[in-house]
Design a protein around this ligand. Structure first.
Ligand SMILES: [Zn+2]
Length: 204
């Protein structure tokens, strides 16, 4: 029994370190491990060299609705669901693996990672709580994050209907989405990717 608890604790510490390295806020560590707040605080300081930011998580569901965050969030969900369906992953393990894949493609293409790990984690919680959901775009068929309580008949995504104020960031978002979709060979991101190429071509 004693051995088992040591192994369990060691796994919890490893997970906490991994989450801190990926930029998780303290609230995420508290929710996903059984370690005490004091231990997590010390661990955070040891890994990061600074104390964690104080206060509540500032994130509301509205953030996921703005143009670029919505595309990155929708892609993250696609990766997350793909891992759940094909690799049998769930919970924090699926979030961490999906987030690493998301980051990898953003970094390889030297682009800005719009979605932080804490936001990705919040996104899954909002989906689980049925505050957010995904619906297919009636034009491209890709699945996008939406407010669960809104009406979605005839939904058209932000790629098929690019807002004019999306500005120059849309090309970066487009490239990130294309690379993520292409590398993973998922139906939805691939579809989103092809749409983004069209959107990027219109811009240039
Ligand atoms: Zn669309």
């Amino acid at each position: 029994m004693r051995n088992k608890s040591v192994v369990t604790e060691s796994k919890q510490i490893q997970l906490a370190i991994e989450l801190v390295n990926l930029g998780a806020r303290l609230q995420v560590l508290e929710a996903e491990t059984n370690l005490s707040r004091e231990r997590l605080l010390n661990l955070y300081k040891e890994v990061k060299g600074v104390s964690p930011p104080k206060g509540m998580l500032p994130f509301s569901t509205d953030w996921f609705m703005s143009w670029q965050p919505n595309i990155h969030s929708s892609l993250f969900i696609d990766i997350y669901r793909y891992l759940g369906k094909n690799a049998g992953l769930s919970g924090i393990e699926a979030i961490v693996k999906a987030y690493r894949l998301y980051l990898e493609h953003v970094e390889v293409n030297n682009l800005e990672s719009v979605l932080s790990l804490t936001r990705a984690w919040s996104l899954i919680r909002f989906l689980d709580a049925k505050m957010l959901t995904t619906v297919p775009c009636t034009e491209c068929g890709g699945y996008f994050v939406v407010h669960a309580m809104d009406l979605h008949r005839g939904y058209v995504c932000g790629l098929c209907h690019v807002p004019s104020r999306a500005g120059k960031t849309r090309q970066a978002a487009a490239a990130a989405a294309v690379s993520a979709g292409a590398a993973l060979k998922l139906p939805a991101p691939a579809l989103i990717g092809s749409k983004l190429r069209v959107a990027a071509a219109r811009v240039s």
